[in-house]
Design a protein around this ligand. Structure first.
Ligand SMILES: Cc1cc2nc3c(=O)[nH]c(=O)nc-3n(C[C@H](O)[C@H](O)[C@H](O)COP(=O)(O)OP(=O)(O)OC[C@H]3O[C@@H](n4cnc5c(N)ncnc54)[C@H](O)[C@@H]3O)c2cc1C
Length: 416
């Protein structure tokens, strides 16, 4: 979760500002995000962190830099991955006892509208039993459409139009969940949808599935190495630049290489809740005591791999100056990679996030094609559009989900 956090960042010597977060979100998104929404996100990301902590979420003190975050402001839960948040909010909901009824396994099938106002939702309980919920306020939080292969191909007219986003490209998303249902429901209820062609690919997909498995890092000090053993891109680049560079490599694949530096102990879990021991068990990570041995396992010339590591270490020495790929060591975590053991894992680009969606304003009200709010309809998270532009920064999704989620809840409670 990206947020400018004076306390934690200062303790680590990280210089940052809300304006820098705003600028990198706009620039990283090719300047097509809506300024008002981006300001709302970057202004309110830290108050959101504080609010989450009040609910019981625990963040690590160490601030990292998610892949393609274009800054060192990523917060990670003490407990791994989304679990750090979800179980806390489940507990908060339990406090409200019978005032909150939760229908699981109940897809919403229609947003009910009468005289231009939302009056409720229809759904199918356990996929069979029709259920209607009367409600003057409905919050749409149905996520993106990264797993809907047909739909993502239909709208792929933007930054990835030169790549066919068919089944040969996997996804990090959960197949059943990320189908984009919410967009269809919202459109039928009068919502405007924007930026659908803004689809994000992530460089850390598992070949064959696209899932994010094996080596997953929540920070820097990992190298992108092609099948010739060469570096080919700035490891600190935005995700679209990284993926475009991978597509230009032999076999459209690469090795993510890291060493002991990132991993003091193989049994220790990273921010995704996975340890190197777990990753090694999956059987796709190559581990070697030294670079020469690693080169053999990767089937790349040792001299190339060695030159790549030396080149990266030189960039660390030249802190603040770009190397030939534009990599600049600025992160307080950037350090030379010297000692083994070394680890390498093959990766490919994978569909990760869909930045387009339902048009909202800073009150998280859903807007119609006329730019006016659809009364009673609110939205937050990946189902919305206009925030991340054509390329989302790593770590900005969770900031978005919770910042606009809070606002959507407040607006819905007031039935704005
Ligand atoms: C592997 C992975 C790692 C990630 N890591 C990071 C990270 O480190 N930092 C970061 O900022 N972002 C990260 N992201 C992105 C971020 O997690 C997502 O953008 C975010 O979780 C989206 O949240 P959401 O609540 O909008 O949607 P989701 O979490 O997708 O939830 C939507 C829910 O709505 C349900 N739903 C869909 N249709 C219907 C319907 N018709 N009726 C009822 N329910 C429906 C779905 O089943 C799902 O449960 C990651 C994403 C993935 C896949």
């Amino acid at each position: 979760l990206n947020a400018v956090d004076d306390k934690r960042q200062k303790a680590q010597g990280i210089k940052d500002s809300i304006q820098t977060h705003y600028d990198s979100t706009m620039k990283g998104g090719h300047n097509v995000g809506e300024p008002a929404l981006v300001h709302y996100l970057t202004d309110n990301a830290y108050p959101t962190v504080e609010w989450m902590e009040k609910q019981g979420v625990r963040f690590k003190d160490k601030i990292g830099a998610a892949t393609g975050s274009l800054g060192q402001r990523s917060h990670y839960g003490v407990e791994g991955s989304g679990w750090a948040y979800t179980h806390i909010f489940e507990n908060v909901l339990k406090k409200y006892g019978d005032r909150v009824e939760i229908f699981t396994d109940t897809p919403a099938t229609q947003i009910l509208v009468k005289d231009g106002k939302v009056i409720g939702v229809k759904g199918l309980r356990k996929g069979k039993q029709p259920v209607t919920v009367d409600a003057p306020s409905v919050v749409l939080a149905t996520g993106g459409f990264g797993a809907n292969v047909e739909y993502r191909q239909k709208v792929n007219t933007g930054v990835w139009k030169h790549v066919t986003l068919d089944k040969s490209i996997g996804t990090t998303n959960i197949n059943k969940a990320a189908q984009g249902d919410g967009l269809i429901l919202a459109e039928k209820a009068g919502a405007d949808v924007i930026g659908l062609s803004d689809i994000q690919l992530h460089p850390a997909g598992t070949p064959g599935t696209g899932l994010m498995q094996d080596i997953i890092t929540d920070g820097r000090n990992r190298l992108f190495i092609n099948t010739n053993g060469d570096r080919f891109v700035s490891e600190g680049a935005p995700r679209d630049t990284l993926c475009n560079a991978i597509f230009a490599q032999p076999g459209k694949t690469y090795w993510l290489v890291m060493n002991k530096l990132r991993l003091p102990d193989e049994s220790k879990t990273n921010s995704f809740g996975v340890s190197m021991t777990d990753m090694l068990k999956l059987g796709r990570v190559q581990k070697a005591a030294n670079l020469e041995e690693l080169a053999k396992l990767m089937n790349v010339p040792y001299e190339h791999l060695k030159a790549s590591v030396d080149e990266y270490n030189k960039a660390i020495e030249n802190k603040g100056k770009p190397d030939k790929y534009g990599f600049i060591a600025t992160n307080t975590d950037d350090a030379k990679m010297v000692e083994g053991p070394w680890y390498a894992c093959k990766k490919v680009p994978t569909v990760h996030h869909t930045m387009g969606g339902v048009h909202i304003n800073t009150k998280a009200q859903v807007l119609g094609k006329d730019g006016k709010p659809v009364h009673g309809l609110y939205a937050a998270g990946e189902v919305t559009g206009g925030i991340h532009g054509a390329n989302r920064l790593g770590g900005n999704a969770i900031a978005d989900v919770f910042t606009f989620g809070r606002q959507a809840g407040a607006s819905a409670a007031k039935n704005l």
